[in-house]
Design a protein around this ligand. Structure first.
Ligand SMILES: NC(=O)c1ccc[n+]([C@@H]2O[C@H](COP(=O)([O-])OP(=O)(O)OC[C@H]3O[C@@H](n4cnc5c(N)ncnc54)[C@H](OP(=O)(O)O)[C@@H]3O)[C@@H](O)[C@H]2O)c1
Length: 266
């Protein structure tokens, strides 16, 4: 366990489930101070309680819809009050994790729905931009601060039915690369963590509550867990200040490539 994150402010979007909620626990176990956002406030409350139990020095939460600029601005104003409070000793925001996002539907382009396309671009692309723009003034220079965006294997390889999700995550990758160039010289690190198949609520959301179809995505193989991703996020954010983990593709051993998944007979 690292001591580099002790008492540091860590902001996580999409902290109500999956990677975000587990990251709250993992950063909490390092003694970090957490600022958690998502739309489901009851689930945020639960994530904050679990993070405190894991050892977080603080775990605060506030409603956030990354698809809305006013919601992001309200959320960051709330975050600013915590980060710049007199007891914070001018530390600022040490880690920003742009995790909120997901896929909606698996339709071909020919059968695609406007609402699904818009939701995916709003959360995975515009959400990352909105939150980063608003949070950057809270991040100190030359102190080893980090911005880590959650991409996907889908940003590396396109698949049938994934046109818009793949485009969104490829967009996230380009945003990450451009931001790293823009922030060069500030000491703020910028990276992307790009997972393959991981079992969270991701597939249930994609298939609009069809849990049987969601379960089938992971049939006969061992997917990544949210804890695998959370552990990697902590590792990335706790490297020495002169080390930037630019891009990491992390896949289950059973998934050699997007379309090559070893499945055992069940
Ligand atoms: N699981 C995978 O296989 C996988 C693989 C690669 C990448 N990813 C990416 O990993 C990230 C986390 O996904 P997950 O697997 O942990 O799935 P998840 O369990 O469904 O979590 C998604 C999180 O994003 C939040 N979110 C979605 N839209 C939002 C919005 N408009 N505003 C604020 N929060 C929003 C959700 O919270 P609310 O609904 O409460 O707002 C939830 O906390 C996503 O960016 C996803 O694309 C997942």
């Amino acid at each position: 366990m690292t001591t580099r994150l002790q008492d540091k402010w860590v902001l996580i979007t999409g902290a109500s489930s999956g990677f975000g909620a587990e990251a709250a626990r993992a950063f909490g176990a390092c003694g970090a101070k957490l600022l958690l956002g998502a739309r489901r406030v009851d689930r945020l409350q639960q994530a904050a309680a679990e993070a405190r139990q894991a050892g977080a020095a603080a775990a605060e939460f506030h409603e956030l819809n990354v698809a809305s600029t006013p919601s992001v601005e309200k959320f960051i104003a709330w975050a600013k009050a915590h980060v710049q409070s007199p007891t914070s000793k001018g530390q600022g925001l040490h880690v920003l994790i742009n995790n909120a996002g997901g896929a909606h539907g698996l339709d071909t382009v020919a059968a695609g729905k406007d609402a699904d396309w818009e939701a995916m671009i709003q959360s995975n692309v515009l959400g990352v931009l909105r939150v980063t723009r608003a949070a950057l003034p809270l991040m100190p220079h030359d102190c080893g601060a980090s911005i880590i965006n959650i991409g996907s294997i889908a940003g590396h390889t396109a698949y049938e039915g994934g046109a818009v999700y793949c485009a969104a995550k490829a967009g996230e990758r380009s945003i990450t690369r451009a931001l790293r160039l823009e922030l060069n010289g500030t000491g703020i690190r910028v990276g992307t963590l790009d997972p393959g198949l991981a079992e969270t609520e991701f597939s249930t959301v994609r298939f609009k509550g069809d849990t049987a179809r969601a379960k089938n995505v992971y049939a006969g193989m061992t997917p990544l867990t949210a804890a695998d991703i959370a552990e990697t996020l902590v590792w990335m954010a706790s490297r020495p200040a002169h080390v930037n983990i630019d891009e990491m593709l992390i896949k289950p051993t059973d998934q050699a490539a997007m379309h090559k998944v070893h499945r055992r007979k069940t």
